[in-house]
Design a protein around this ligand. Structure first.
Ligand code: NAD
Ligand code: G3P
Length: 326
C-alpha cells in the first residue's frame, strides 16, 4: 500500500484515484475547485453517478499538504496550468508520474521538461495510452504504457497501478511516450472536422494514417524512437481519440466542421481540450525543425477562424502527388 498524491481532480485525476484506491492505496487529491474537493471528501466522485467511490480517497485545496503526504505524485493537471501551479514547490527527490497530455505553448516543452525546469532533481515518468477517464473509472479493461529512465522506479510504479483490468506496459522512451499522447490530440481534431464536414470513413482513415506519419516525422526530430509511435501511446491513443465522440479533441473538431466557432465549441465542451494549445507548439516546432506537418497546419488555420471546407480542400489539393514513404 502506498500514499499517492494526485494533482488535479478533473476527470482523469479522479478516474485514476478511483482505480488506485481500489488497489488498496491511500490517495489524496489536490484541486483548486472546492466543489470537487468537497464531493470527494463526502465519498462521492464529482463526475459519474453510476460509479461507486471506494474508501481511501481524501481531497484538499492545499498543494503543500499533498506534496508532503505522497510517496508518489500523480500529475493530472491541464498542461498550460502546470508551471504556474507548481512554481513554488520543491519536487526534488520526488517520483512524479505525469498523466497529462500536451505541450506548453510558450516554450513548446513536454511536461517532463517543465517539471525538470522547476525541480531539476525530481524523477519524472509518464503514463499514457488509450484511456478515456470514464471507462477507467468504471473499471473497464484498459492498457497503457509507463515511460521513464529508471528501471527500478518504473517497476515500482507499474506495481502500484497494475490490475487485471488495467495493464501497464513499460518503456524507456520518455520522449516518444510524451509526444505520442500530445500530438495525437491535434490529429483527433482534424478527424473530428472531417467527420463534421461529412467527408466519410475513407477520409478519416487517411487522416489517421497520414497524421501518424506526421507524428513520427516530428517525434524522430525531437529524439523519440519511431517504434514508440506504433505502440499504445501513439497509434493506440490516436485510434481511440480520433474515432470516438467521447474525445474532447475529436468533438471540438466535429463542432468546428459543423460550423461552430472555436469559442462556442469550447464552451459547449466545458472541459480541457489540450490539442487547441498543443497545435501552437507543434506548428512552431515544425517550422524550427523543418518538418512537414500539413495536418497540424490545417488545424492551426482552422483554430484561427478560417473556413473548415476551404482549409480541408487546400489540405487535400495542395500537395503535389508524391510517394507514400519518402
Ligand atoms: N479525461 C480523460 O479521459 C483523460 C485521459 C488521459 C489523459 N487526460 C489528460 O489529463 C489532463 C487533465 O484532463 P481532465 O480530463 O482531468 O480535465 P478536466 O477538464 O476534467 O479537469 C481539469 C481539472 O484541473 C483543475 N485545475 C486546473 N488548474 C488547476 C490548478 N492550477 N491547480 C489545481 N487544479 C487545477 C480543474 O479545477 C479541473 O478540476 C489533460 O492533460 C488531459 O489530456 C485526460
Ligand atoms: O478527451 P480527449 O480528447 O482529451 O482524450 C482523452 C484521452 O487522451 C484518451 O486517451
Amino acid at each position: 500500500m502506498a500514499r499517492i498524491g494526485v494533482l488535479g481532480g478533473g476527470r482523469w485525476g479522479t478516474a485514476l484515484s478511483l482505480h488506485l484506491a481500489r488497489q488498496g492505496h491511500q490517495v489524496l487529491v489536490f484541486d483548486i475547485k472546492s466543489e470537487v474537493v468537497e464531493s470527494l471528501r463526502r465519498g462521492q466522485n464529482p463526475y459519474w453517478e453510476d460509479v461507486d467511490t471506494p474508501k481511501g480517497i481524501d481531497a484538499t485545496t492545499e498543494l503543500l499538504e499533498v506534496i508532503g503526504f505522497s510517496q508518489v505524485l500523480l500529475l493530472a493537471l491541464p498542461v498550460q496550468s502546470i508551471r504556474e501551479a507548481l512554481k513554488d514547490v520543491d519536487l526534488n527527490g520526488k517520483k512524479v508520474v505525469s498523466a497529462s497530455k500536451g505541450l506548453e505553448v510558450e516554450t513548446s516543452l513536454r511536461v517532463s521538461q517543465i517539471l525538470k525546469e522547476i525541480s531539476p532533481h525530481c524523477e519524472v515518468m509518464c503514463l499514457s495510452g488509450p484511456s478515456f477517464a470514464r471507462e477507467v473509472a468504471k473499471g473497464l479493461p484498459t492498457a497503457v504504457v509507463l515511460a521513464g529512465e529508471e528501471e527500478e522506479s518504473l517497476r515500482y510504479v507499474q506495481s502500484l497501478f497494475f490490475s487485471p483490468y488495467f495493464r501497464v506496459y513499460l518503456s524507456t522512451d520518455l520522449v516518444g511516450v510524451e509526444l505520442g499522447g500530445s500530438l495525437k490530440n491535434v490529429v483527433a481534431i482534424a478527424c473530428g472536422v472531417s467527420d463534421g464536414l461529412g467527408f466519410g470513413d475513407n477520409a478519416r482513415a487517411a487522416l489517421i494514417t497520414r497524421g501518424l506519419a506526421e507524428m513520427v516525422r516530428l517525434g524522430e526530430k525531437l529524439g523519440a524512437k519511431r517504434e514508440t509511435f506504433y505502440g499504445l501511446s501513439g497509434l493506440g491513443d490516436l485510434v481511440l481519440t480520433a474515432t470516438s465522440s467521447q474525445s474532447r479533441n475529436y468533438t471540438l473538431g466535429y463542432l468546428l466542421g459543423k460550423g461552430h466557432s472555436l469559442s462556442s465549441a469550447l464552451e459547449k465542451i466545458g472541459q480541457v481540450v489540450e490539442g487547441v494549445h498543443t497545435v501552437m507548439a507543434v506548428v512552431k516546432l515544425s517550422q524550427e525543425l523543418d518538418v512537414r506537418a500539413p495536418i497540424s497546419y490545417a488545424v492551426y488555420r482552422l483554430l484561427q477562424g478560417e473556413d473548415p471546407l476551404q482549409v480541408a480542400h487546400q489540405l487535400l489539393m495542395n500537395p503535389p502527388p508524391h510517394r507514400e514513404f519518402e
